[in-house]
Each structure stands twice: as structure tokens, then as C-alpha cells.
Design a protein around this ligand. Structure first.
Ligand code: HSE
Length: 403
């Protein structure tokens, strides 16, 4: 029998308890033995809740109990999650987490400790909520040597951008609505500044490459500054605007970034709307594969956590996930990579607009309203595009086109 301890009885922790209880018989059949929750750790009391009897406030009780073989960390934040998970691994217990901040900051060390002790540190729920993505990247797609990952990894901003695009809502109203629906993180800057998506793409890039991709080295731009006007113009030009976390390998170079991108109407990520997540994995063997589903939420996320628990219970005594090493993957300078950009310029005459668009190699430009023009550039480096913009007059907004 596997005995589990859960660190944190918030939304996801209570979801994990619910799924393990509701699916008890099914899980027992899958694993060949019972999985039961022995402890729930939380600072708070939960009078009247069925977990009251197994609630503890001191992590040491769990660490000292040899019967507990799997801990589940669903508290969020790096500290004390890191100390608790590391202590559990050192005490011979495998660990599962949904916490992207913990994995992005401490993944290499925790994976190493797990490997050295024939244990597991698993984190399927840390990216894409209920969407299975870590395991497919680890298993089925490894032969394909994924060459590119493009993901809508943050439900809150995807919801906001959908409202701005489909319902012509302002940025401020879309944020207020996302917060009212409980989608946004407590501090919305984690979502709207792209920090949440940055941690998630760093995890996917690390799993794919086998080396540590440090989230602090990933150029990150959120959706602050994207206006309803940009949305309408993109629509006129045949594109939506999505916040994309990407990792790609070209000519031996590795690129990672988080940025709003123009996504053409016929692209697989275009129909990913509202709070949903979508991840497109390009492989040289498998071709393009699309993962789509609920990127957050109590039960989908809890389901991914429970899948990790089952995986560990079935494979007691061996490390099943290769994970990635502590060696850092070198990221190349994005400003030297060629691609197309959307350029919006406000201010200037029609003649200036024509000359300006031509200097970017654009075939044509669209006049949005008097004095405001937009066009899609020929493939060029960001450095070259920025230089042209610096030499020009007017208020200019520039956004890369996906691909
Ligand atoms: N704030 C996150 C999102 C929660 O909106 O996607 C899930 O990680």
C-alpha cells in the first residue's frame, strides 16, 4: 500500500484528496494496491472537514514517518515548498508537485536528489494544468527530438486577450473580469507580465532539451501594452494576438521567449480561446502535435497530480522520469533571429507610411485611420527592425509573428 502526505489543503490539495477518494477502487485496480492519504499538512484548521483527523501542522511528523512513501506539494511559492520537498526526498520519499515556481527555480537539484536515491520528483501539473505534456515530452516524443514548442500557457491572459478580440473589451475591463472569475493569480502581474508563462516554458524547454533552461534568462514580455486597437488591426490583417511561450532549436541554436505574437487564423493555436491552454510541439519525426485542454482549475490539476502519484506507486524503487541535468542550456540572442513582425505606426503622412513599410520589405500597408498604419514586415532580425523604428517618427508598436 502507498501512503501519501499532502502539503497544502488549498484548491488543488483538496482536489487531490477528492480524486483519490472518489477513484479509490479504480486506482487500486490500476496500481495493484491501495493508495491512501495518511496526512494533510496545513497551517490552518478545518473544523468539520473529513481531513480533520489526518491534519498535521508540523512537517516533521510526515518526514519522520517511514510509512509515507509519497509527498505531494501543492502549497505554491518557492519557500518553504523547497525545504519541505528536499527534506522529504532526503528522507527517502518520492515527491509530486503542481508548483511551477518550485520546479523552475529548484528542479535540477530536486531531480538530482531523486535520481541518486532511486526516487521520483514529478511535476506534470506544473505546466498546462490537466493537459498531459511533461510525460509525452519525456516518453512518446523523445524519438522525435522536438524542435519547437509554442504554447498558450497562461489561462488568465488568454481569457483577457479573447475578451479584447471577440468582445472588443478594453484591457482594464478584461483584467477586472478575469479577476472576478478567480482566474488571475493573487498578484496579476505574474499573469499579465508573462512571469507565469515564463516559468512554464522554462520547464518544457528543460524537459525537451535535457538541460536546465533558467527562467531568469528567458526574455519575457507580457500583454501589458497590448491595446484593443492592436487587436482590431490584427483582425483586419488576418491574425489574432496570443501570449506565446516558445522554445525552438534552429541551426544548432536554442531560442526561448515569452511574448505576445500575431497568430494567423489558420494556425493550430488560433482557436485556443478563453481560459484554455494549447501547446503545439513540432518534431522532426512526429510532425506537429497539438495538446489542448484546461490549463488550470481544481479537478484538472488534481487529476494530473494523481496521475503522477499512480506512476510513482506503479514504479516503486526506480526513477522513471529522466528529467534534466543541472547543466545549463545556452540560449541564443533572439534579436539576431530572422522572422516577420507586425508594425503599427501612429503619426505620419501616407507617403511616409509607404516609404516606412517599404524599408521593412513589406509589400503593402493598411491605413487603420487617418495617420495610423500597420503592416507585416518581411523576415528580418529584431535588431534591424528596432533600428528602423528608432530612425522613424511617430508612436510605433512592434510584435513578432509566430513561426
Ligand atoms: N494563473 C495561472 C493561469 C494559473 O492563468 O494559467 C495556472 O497556472
Amino acid at each position: 500500500m502507498s501512503k501519501v502526505a499532502i502539503f497544502g489543503y488549498g484548491t488543488i490539495g483538496s482536489g487531490v484528496v477528492e480524486v483519490l477518494n472518489k477513484k479509490r477502487e479504480y486506482i487500486e485496480k490500476q496500481v495493484g494496491e491501495e493508495i491512501s492519504v495518511k496526512y494533510v499538512l496545513d497551517l490552518r484548521d478545518f473544523p468539520g472537514d473529513p481531513i480533520e483527523k489526518i491534519l498535521v501542522h508540523d512537517v516533521q511528523v510526515i518526514l519522520d514517518d517511514p510509512e509515507v512513501d509519497i509527498v505531494v506539494e501543492v502549497m505554491g511559492g518557492v519557500h518553504p515548498a523547497y525545504e519541505y520537498v528536499k527534506s522529504a526526498l532526503l528522507a527517502g520519499k518520492s515527491a509530486v508537485t503542481s508548483n511551477k515556481a518550485l520546479v523552475a527555480a529548484c528542479g535540477p537539484e530536486l531531480l538530482k536528489i531523486a535520481r541518486e536515491r532511486k526516487l521520483n520528483f514529478q511535476f506534470e501539473a506544473s505546466v498546462g494544468g490537466g493537459i498531459p505534456i511533461i510525460r509525452p515530452l519525456e516518453d512518446a516524443l523523445t524519438a522525435g527530438d522536438a524542435s519547437g514548442i509554442y504554447g498558450i500557457l497562461n489561462g488568465t491572459t488568454n481569457y483577457m486577450l479573447t475578451k479584447m478580440f471577440d468582445d472588443e473589451m478594453s484591457y482594464e475591463d478584461a483584467l477586472a473580469q478575469a479577476q472576478a472569475l478567480g482566474y488571475a493569480e493573487r498578484d496579476p502581474s505574474a499573469d499579465v507580465e508573462g512571469f507565469d508563462a515564463c516559468r512554464k516554458i522554462s520547464i518544457l524547454a528543460s524537459v525537451t532539451s535535457g538541460k536546465f533552461v533558467d527562467y531568469q534568462e528567458i526574455p519575457t514580455r507580457g500583454i501589458v501594452g497590448i491595446t484593443q486597437e492592436d487587436m482590431s488591426i490584427a483582425d483586419l490583417l488576418g491574425y489574432g494576438i496570443k501570449l506565446i511561450g516558445s522554445f525552438s532549436r534552429e541551426n544548432g541554436k536554442n531560442y526561448a521567449e515569452v511574448t505576445p505574437m500575431l497568430v494567423p487564423f489558420d494556425h493550430a493555436l488560433y482557436p485556443v480561446k478563453d481560459v484554455f491552454n494549447g501547446i503545439l510541439v513540432d518534431g522532426d519525426v512526429n510532425g506537429a502535435i497539438m495538446f489542448y485542454g484546461s490549463g488550470a482549475g481544481k479537478l484538472p490539476t488534481a487529476g494530473a497530480v494523481v496521475a503522477d502519484i499512480i506512476d510513482i506507486a506503479r514504479n516503486a524503487g526506480r526513477t522513471i522520469q529522466a528529467g534534466y541535468s543541472e547543466e545549463k542550456l545556452e540560449l541564443a540572442d533572439l534579436s539576431a533571429r530572422e522572422r516577420a513582425f507586425y508594425v503599427r505606426v501612429a503619426g505620419g503622412s501616407e507617403d511616409q507610411a509607404q516609404a516606412f513599410a517599404s524599408s521593412f520589405g513589406a509589400d503593402s500597408y493598411t491605413e487603420i485611420e487617418s495617420g495610423t498604419y500597420a503592416f507585416i514586415t518581411a523576415p528580418m532580425t529584431r535588431a534591424a527592425a528596432d533600428k528602423l523604428c528608432a530612425d522613424a517618427e511617430g508612436n510605433i508598436n512592434i510584435i513578432p509573428v509566430i513561426g
